[in-house]
Write a protein that binds this ligand. Structure first.
Ligand code: SF4
Length: 488
């Protein structure tokens, strides 16, 4: 009787994944053939040409079943499953994964900590036959959620670089840019060398901003005590030509569904005359993943929200109401304006609606309102709003400390904001990071510099952050507790 083995390799690609370069495809197929000698190679589309069998079935489950029917006989026989083209499939990791998969009679084996692109998942015939017709989540999540029913082998390999959120699967434009960069610098890269690569070439991880926060206007009906400089009047609106230049740059240079916009900053975006047009324009860009509007909601009528809901791509629009409290006196003292009744009228008008866009009610986690968290969440239960808590930020000591919990990182790797974010003030300037919200410590002017030039200028700070040279960054990073806050 023959022993169970990996009889097939399957490259599953999402329909909107875009085309990989020929070099990536060729390397990935070659690596699969070397790692799984004798295995038949299947791809879910025609991107590999004649180098693999193209599956005509639709959807991951049907396709896995087709591969299983064609190649697997023993219950433990398995498929090496890649979620796109793995140009850096690591044979050392694969040999160990395969050994453990068969030794422990696993039905599904995968590594949670190795970034996509180095190691195929292994799935047995037995599990493929038990999968539901349709999966409403990704396969790993499904298996993990049902871990009491399926034998899953979760693999861990050093180093653990999850903090970088690397992806070398080739499944997205950003991932393919990273793969191309690695191919250029170290075409024979093994997973064990990845940390070294990241330190030597941090620019590879930063091809374009993935989150762009735009302060459309610095005007606001409130003067929050928890924001810096709130008492000094700023009355700037972002000039339309600068905004247009930004949108054009995203349209031209960003990857597909890779950039999120936050229209927020320290102003009220509803006061920006062209906001509705800006939202329509941003949602219409293929590169835009999500759009967030952060508002105090004094002008957020249900008619306006319904109009936004009718925009193309409104399922990617998120409206965050900066509410913070349900108590009128507290609201007035925190925001310098007795505006809560007017805001709540809008909230009540929206609360029971059904929308494609998403509504959030935000509460800043501060000692002033800590006794209200439960009531705040209860109030929005079963409503159109999802309540969320926001971490308090002193903006590097610019405002009085009001936090409830100390979230200062115990271990500092690198600043997530330097790696991903671009912040633009209503004055048309871009500081090193959002901790300098008026671009006073640093900043480049959009009138004088292209988005590419501004992003490239931030490279040296990011490189220093990745290498632990925090003292050379033009911001006091070691005094900051916003390293790992995640915007969008
Ligand atoms: S760690 Fe430094 S770069 Fe990052 S948000 Fe804080 S001050 Fe800005």
């Amino acid at each position: 009787m023959r022993a169970a083995d990996v009889r097939a390799a399957f490259v599953y690609r999402l329909p909107d994944a875009g085309m990989p370069g020929a070099a990536i495809v060729e390397r990935a197929i070659r690596s699969l053939k070397e790692a799984c000698p004798g295995a038949a190679i299947f791809v879910s589309d025609e991107s590999a040409g004649s180098a693999a069998t193209v599956l005509k079935e639709k959807g991951l489950v049907e396709q896995l079943r087709a591969v299983a029917r064609a190649t697997l006989s023993d219950e433990q026989d398995s498929i090496a499953l890649c979620f796109d083209y793995y140009a850096f499939l690591d044979p050392t990791l694969y040999v160990e994964a395969r050994r453990r998969h068969f030794e422990f009679l696993a039905q599904y084996s995968y590594s949670e900590n190795v970034p996509p692109g180095f190691l195929p998942d292994l799935i047995s015939k037995e599990l493929i036959e038990q999968l539901p017709e349709e999966l409403n989540e990704d396969l790993r999540s499904f298996v993990f959620r049902n871990i009491d029913r399926y034998d899953a082998e979760l693999l861990y390999f050093d180093p653990d670089l999850r903090q970088h959120r690397l992806n070398l699967s080739g499944a997205t434009g950003r991932s393919r840019a990273l793969v191309e960069s690695v191919l250029q610098h170290n075409p024979e890269l093994r997973y064990s060398q990845l940390q070294e690569f990241v330190s030597a070439h941090p620019e590879s991880l930063r091809p374009y901003p993935s989150c762009i926060e735009v302060e459309l206007t610095s005007r606001s009906p409130v003067t929050p005590v928890y924001w810096p400089g709130a008492k000094s009047a700023r009355n700037a609106d972002l000039p339309s030509d600068l905004l247009e230049g930004l949108l054009e740059d995203v349209e031209k240079n960003a990857f597909y569904r890779d950039v999120s916009f936050i229209f927020g900053g320290l102003g009220e975006p509803l006061l920006y005359d062209a906001l509705d047009d800006v939202l329509e324009r941003a949602l219409g860009l293929p590169a835009v993943r999500q759009v967030y509007v952060e508002t105090f909601a004094s002008g957020l009528s249900s008619g306006r929200v319904q109009a936004w809901d009718g925009l193309g791509g409104s399922d990617r629009l998120n409206v965050i109401v900066r509410l913070n409290t349900l108590d009128r006196k507290r609201y007035a003292s925190l925001h310098g304006a007795d505006m809560l009744p007017a805001v709540m009228e809008h909230v009540e008008g929206l609360k029971n609606g059904t929308y494609r866009l998403k509504l959030f009610a935000e509460m800043l986690r501060i000692k002033d309102t800590d006794d209200e968290v439960g009531a705040f969440f209860d109030y929005f239960e079963k409503s159109a709003f999802t309540p969320i808590l926001q971490k308090f930020n002193t903006y590097l000591g610019a405002v009085e400390q009001r936090r409830v919990a100390d979230l200062t990182p115990l271990h500092r790797d690198f600043c997530w904001h330097l790696a991903r974010d671009l912040y633009i003030t209503a004055d048309g300037r871009s500081p090193v990071c959002k901790q300098d919200p008026f671009a006073k410590r640093s900043g480049l002017d959009l009138r004088e510099h292209s988005i590419e030039a501004i992003w490239t200028a931030g490279q040296k700070n990011h490189a220093a952050s990745v290498r632990g040279e925090h003292e050379v960054i033009s911001m006091p990073c070691l005094e900051c507790d916003e390293w790992y806050t995640f915007n969008a």
